[in-house]
Design a protein around this ligand. Sequence first.
Ligand code: FE2
Ligand code: FE2
Length: 273
Amino acid sequence: MPSEKQHNLFGLAESCLFGGDLDGLLEQTHQARRYLDLKQLGFNSDTDPKPISHTVFPDRPVLMMPKDMPRRGTETQAGQGAFFHALAHIEFVAIYLAWDIIYRFRGLPEQFYIDWLIIAGEEATHFEMLRQHLRQFNTDYGDLPAHSGLWWHARETEHDILARLAIVPRCMEARGLDVTPSVMAKFTASGDQAAVAILQRIYEDEVGHVERGSFWFNTLAKQAGLDPEQHYKNMLLGFYKGKPKGPFNREVRLKAGFTAGEIDWLEEGLTTG
Ligand SMILES: [Fe+2]
Ligand SMILES: [Fe+2]
């Protein structure tokens, strides 16, 4: 390995995914991006990834089954704090998801890893902005329980890169593109301009994450001799067990690399989701 490339991407990914230390994760994620910019990052892979079931999350927040999560409206301060805590948790898991797609799927083009390392850094920034916003509710990330379901889709797609790309960026993150405009409208109406600015930044970055998901899904499906659009439908039906609920943000999904045919298919029989 050339001496200037002393930092290995997969080693950094492993220490992020198995370290279990929140502040360490954030620091190493930003540091990895700096190594990339300084051309100090090596991409050689000479170890096998550990099983996804060994991934270590920080002790807090306590993770709960979605059905056990307390339900609160956003009319009260406590309810708003819980809402931003839940959003921060989504971004927190997104950091793990970006690292895991790097760590778990080897032998892909260098640009694939660069794209997801940049995304990991953006997810860390989203998390930090939301964590900061949460403080005005006298709450820190980890003070409340969080939803354990977000990681399931990663575990279910541990062995299949096309399933991972279909389910994580092209289904879960794409749902964020559908729902964020109405959430922003709500905070605009309530006068929380700081929240709107954070959500706007996240929304813009997430279009890029979904677009990278579409690009790599299409590229890798074609390389495998598959029809990407048909395979996307198969992956959703097989791994998501159906279609996500709409309505779908057609204009932004087109920008994020969905085909009109895919969106038409998602919209057919919306009640089946
Ligand atoms: Fe994000
Ligand atoms: Fe994202």
